[in-house]
Design a protein. Structure first.
Length: 337
C-alpha cells in the first residue's frame, strides 16, 4: 500500500461549519482517516454551512457521478446594501433605501413565490467558473472582471420563512428556503431579488439542507466524525440514485477485470420508493427487483459483499453493460441500507 493510502473507501456526509472552506474540511478528513485521497462533491463558500458530501480513498472516483444534483438551502437575504461578492464577506459597493413593502410579510411571500421557475442567471464575479483556464474569482481579486455568460437555472421551490424589518445597524432581512437546480448561485438570487425590488441586496447567511439524496440530518460534525469514522459511512448507491446488480463470485471476477456484462446476466434491483411497493414486496432491506428494462446510457452500480465494486453503463445496441468505473477496493455501503 502506498504512503498516504489507508485502504479505506467510503462516502460520508459532513455538516460543514461556517467559517471553513470546503478544502479545509477535506484536509481535516485526510487527518481523520489517514488517507491522502479525499475530495468533496460540491463546494460550499466559507460563509455557508451544511451538507458537504466527502469521498474517501478510491471512492473519490465517484465524485464525477455525485455532482450535478439538485440542492436545497435556507438563505438569509439582507436588503439595502450590495457587495462585490454578493454576500456579507465582500466589500460594500452600494447602499440605498429599502422599499417599505419589504417589511410586509404578505408582500414578501408573494414576491418570493414569483422566484419559482426556469430563468437565466448571471453568476457572481467572485465564483469558481473558469474562462480561458482562469477562475473568475482569481481574476476579480486581481482587479480584472471576467465577462461571464448567463446560464440556465431553475428554482423549483421558494418559501418565505421569516421577515425582519431591521433597526439601527441591522438591515431588513428575509429568511427563504430554496430548492434549486445544479449550477444555481444563491448569492446571485439574493442580488437579483434586490434588483427586482429596486434596492441593493446580498446574502447574509446560508445553510445547505440537501444535495441530491443526502440530507442535513444524515450529516455529522467534524468532531463527531473523529469518533465515528467508518460508522459514518453512507450508502453510495442511494446517493447516486441508481439501480444496482448483485454480483456472485463469477460475475464479480468479470467485473473486477472490467469485462462487459450481457444484459441477460444482470438482474436489476432498486430501493423501494413507495408504501404500495413496500406492501407488495416481500424482500428485505428495502430492496426489490426492478420491473423496468435498462435504458440506453443508464448507469448502474455493481454490488459484491456489500460493497460497490463498479459502475457500469448500458449499451442498448449491444444489449450489454460496459464498465465505466471499477473499484479494486470496493466502496463501503455503510449502515443506511
Amino acid at each position: 500500500m502506498k504512503r498516504g493510502e489507508s485502504g479505506l473507501s467510503l462516502v460520508v456526509g459532513v455538516d460543514k461549519p461556517s467559517g471553513m472552506t470546503s478544502h479545509d474540511v477535506v484536509n481535516r478528513c485526510r487527518r481523520i482517516f489517514g488517507e491522502k485521497r479525499v475530495g468533496h462533491t460540491g463546494t460550499l463558500d466559507p460563509l455557508a454551512s451544511g451538507v458537504l458530501p466527502i469521498c474517501i480513498g478510491p471512492a473519490t472516483r465517484l465524485g464525477a457521478y455525485l455532482t450535478g444534483h439538485d440542492k436545497a438551502y435556507r438563505a438569509t437575504i439582507a436588503f439595502g446594501v450590495g457587495t462585490d461578492t454578493d454576500d456579507c464577506e465582500g466589500a460594500v459597493t452600494r447602499t440605498a433605501p429599502v422599499p417599505v413593502e419589504v417589511g410586509d410579510r404578505a408582500f414578501a411571500e408573494q414576491f418570493v413565490a414569483q422566484m419559482v421557475g426556469p430563468q437565466k442567471q448571471l453568476p457572481p464575479a467572485y465564483s469558481a467558473i473558469k474562462v480561458n483556464g482562469k477562475k473568475s474569482y482569481e481574476a476579480a481579486r486581481e482587479g480584472h472582471i471576467i465577462e461571464l455568460s448567463p446560464r440556465d437555472i431553475e428554482v423549483y421551490q421558494a418559501v418565505l420563512l421569516a421577515v425582519r424589518e431591521g433597526s439601527g445597524d441591522a438591515l431588513p432581512e428575509w429568511d427563504v428556503e430554496f430548492r434549486v437546480s445544479k449550477g444555481t448561485y444563491i448569492r446571485a438570487l439574493a442580488r437579483d431579488m434586490g434588483l427586482r425590488l429596486g434596492c441593493p441586496a446580498h446574502l447574509s447567511g446560508l445553510r445547505r439542507l440537501e444535495v441530491g439524496g443526502l440530507q442535513l440530518d444524515e450529516c455529522v460534525s467534524l468532531e463527531a466524525l473523529e469518533d465515528l469514522k467508518l460508522r459514518a459511512a453512507l450508502d453510495p448507491v442511494r446517493l447516486l440514485g441508481v439501480r444496482f446488480v448483485y454480483a456472485d463470485g463469477a460475475l464479480a471476477n468479470a467485473v473486477k477485470n472490467g469485462n462487459a456484462l450481457p444484459a441477460a446476466a444482470c438482474a436489476l434491483f432498486e430501493r423501494r420508493r413507495t408504501t404500495v411497493q413496500a406492501e407488495l414486496c416481500a424482500c428485505t432491506a428495502g430492496v426489490c427487483e426492478s420491473a423496468e428494462p435498462p435504458a440506453d446510457g443508464e448507469v448502474v452500480a455493481v454490488i459484491f459483499e456489500n460493497k460497490v465494486i463498479a459502475l457500469y453503463k448500458y449499451e442498448e445496441k449491444h444489449a450489454r453493460f460496459k464498465a465505466c468505473c471499477v473499484f479494486q477496493t470496493g466502496v463501503l455501503r455503510g449502515s443506511d441500507i
